[in-house]
Design a protein. Structure first.
Length: 150
């Protein structure tokens, strides 16, 4: 996997992800959101702007930062809200918080019948695995062209 400085920065539109304005995101693979790829997996180096360290609350947050992994397969966005999220923290914080970048991977393990299950992993820049997550998502139909969301 290339390091964060070997990857190009991805700037997400504020209307798509307002929270992303607090982060620097650098995709670490050729799989990008809304590009119609072959697999439902996204991997990126992510760090908080302003120098926030990777502690337990930050790791929990990062498990949900990437878009749904199905976005790597699709070309147009649709709502895929989280119905349930479980995050497991490891002993990687026993020696304290980590500085800088985290490598975050999300992939869809199963999808069908209006549901998807995504697994996420967060690694610190030194290769430790502080958090794993699983989330059940509702896969909603793509909004009709010209419709207004309320």
């Amino acid at each position: 996997m290339p390091g964060p400085h070997d990857c190009r920065r991805l700037d997400l539109p504020a209307e798509l992800s307002p929270f992303a304005g607090q982060l620097e995101i650098r995709p670490a693979s050729g799989d990008l959101p809304l590009t119609g790829g072959d697999k439902a997996e996204l991997t990126a180096w992510i760090r908080f702007l302003g120098g926030r360290v990777l502690d337990a609350p930050a790791a929990v947050t990062l498990t949900g930062v990437p878009p749904p992994a199905l976005y790597a397969r699709w070309r147009t966005p649709r709502p895929v809200p989280t119905a349930e999220l479980t995050v497991h923290l490891t002993d990687a914080f026993d020696d304290g918080a980590h500085e800088g970048w985290a490598l975050v991977r999300i992939r869809t393990e199963q999808a069908g019948g209006g549901w998807a299950v995504d697994d996420s992993a967060v690694w610190s820049a030194d290769g430790r695995l502080p958090a794993l997550a699983r989330q059940a998502r509702v896969v909603r139909a793509q909004p009709a062209a010209g419709s207004v969301n309320s």
